[in-house]
Design a protein around this ligand. Structure first.
Ligand SMILES: [Fe+2]
Length: 370
């Protein structure tokens, strides 16, 4: 059955009979295009849409509307996902306390508050979820597992606050990083007199994009603790990175190790495999020396930041995010950014998680300096 647009196209080819070689001349092509006007094109595209087909030229029109630039090698640049955004600790802390009153432990597996990027349907960035969680004295978060990989950066910890990962008891002292890789049972405990607080970072948007979000309850509130002695899983995987080791490594870095964009950088890596902590997420701790002003740069990766100590600003695109202790912010992929320590006397420490393992695996990593 002929569509309306096919009829117009046929009329147009009859009127522009090809030259003797069988191939239309440039003038004939132009004349044909002039006849095939925008109204006809719209009709044609409507016919395509009805058949669940889309012409690639329709995407090119989007590109021309200004959501992409050009790489230095001439290829097209990616679009940033979401916007730069900061969640203030003052606000976060208040909501956490409120959540402890509003949401009893028995009501939920996790009393976690997730940060949604204002420009995204889900996620703190296009690939990462960040949130915070509080567990009151004596409470626990019951055992479960999921296909989403997660890590915890401890904001307010203690040796008697801990996570059990596949039977391994990992103490959560302030500043420690605890991994709960995909499909490992995990439950959290607070056996102290003070609230436990940590940052949750997950690869939820990636798992969601793959339609691979799977969740299972353990069936009982807690799993047995099999290993109190080490922070290493049965398969040799390190599950806990201690803050004191990270701080010591940063302090020992020679001046020439400083990065113009990031200051001194500790990249968390598994000590045996040298791999990033999770297949989808890497982690870094940045030490910005007093007065440090980072070079403007942009990268393919999206990142989340949590301020461990210090005050400063992150200039991301046309936004200036002023940060202080406890604040969290989102850095969308391929956004120009400069990070600065506002103090001329004290160092600042920023914990960051990024999607570089995925970006590298896909061969997409690039960076530019500005
Ligand atoms: Fe979980």
């Amino acid at each position: 059955m002929d569509t309306k647009s096919q009829k117009i196209l046929e009329d147009s080819s009859v009127a522009n009979n090809p030259s003797r070689s069988g191939r239309p001349s440039r003038e004939e092509e132009k004349a044909s295009l002039a006849r095939y006007d925008s109204a006809a094109l719209e009709l044609f595209q409507a016919d395509l849409a009805q058949a669940h087909i889309r012409g690639q030229w329709q995407n090119e029109v989007l590109r021309k509307s200004g959501n992409a630039g050009v790489w230095s090698d001439g290829s097209l640049a990616p679009k940033s996902g979401g916007q730069p955004f900061l969640w203030q600790w003052r606000l976060i802390k208040g909501f956490l306390e409120q959540s402890c009153l509003a949401v009893p432990e028995s009501y939920t597996s996790r009393r976690s508050l997730m940060f949604n990027n204002p420009e995204l349907a889900r996620g703190t960035t296009n690939t990462i979820n960040m949130g915070v969680q509080m567990i009151r004295p004596g409470e626990m978060a019951w055992a479960h597992r999921h296909s989403i990989s997660a890590l915890r950066f401890v904001i307010s910890g203690d040796p008697n606050i801990f996570t059990v990962v596949d039977g391994v008891r990992c103490a959560m002292e302030t500043g420690d990083l605890i991994l709960t890789p995909q499909w490992r049972w995990h439950d959290h405990y607070n056996q102290t007199a003070n609230p436990a607080i940590w940052l949750d970072v997950l690869d939820g948007p990636v798992m969601g994009a793959f339609n691979q979000v799977v969740f299972e309850s353990y069936g009982e509130r807690q799993q047995p603790i099999l290993n109190y002695e080490s922070d290493v899983a049965e398969d040799g995987r390190v599950l806990r990175f201690r803050f004191q080791d990270v701080v010591a490594a940063l302090a020992a870095m020679p001046q020439e190790a400083v990065s113009a964009a990031d200051g001194f950088v500790y990249e968390y890596r598994d000590p045996v495999t040298a791999q990033a902590p999770l297949p989808t997420l890497g982690c870094r701790m940045l030490r910005l020396a007093a007065g440090f002003s980072g070079e403007n740069c942009r990268r393919s990766t999206s990142e989340i930041y949590h301020v461990v100590r210090g005050h400063g600003r992150a200039i991301i695109g046309d936004r200036v995010l002023e940060w202080g202790p406890g604040d969290c912010f989102a850095l969308p992929n391929w956004s120009w950014r400069s990070i600065q320590n506002a103090s001329s006397e004290e160092d600042a420490l920023l914990f960051a998680a990024h999607d570089r393992p995925l970006i590298d695996m896909l061969g997409l990593y690039r960076e530019a300096r500005g």
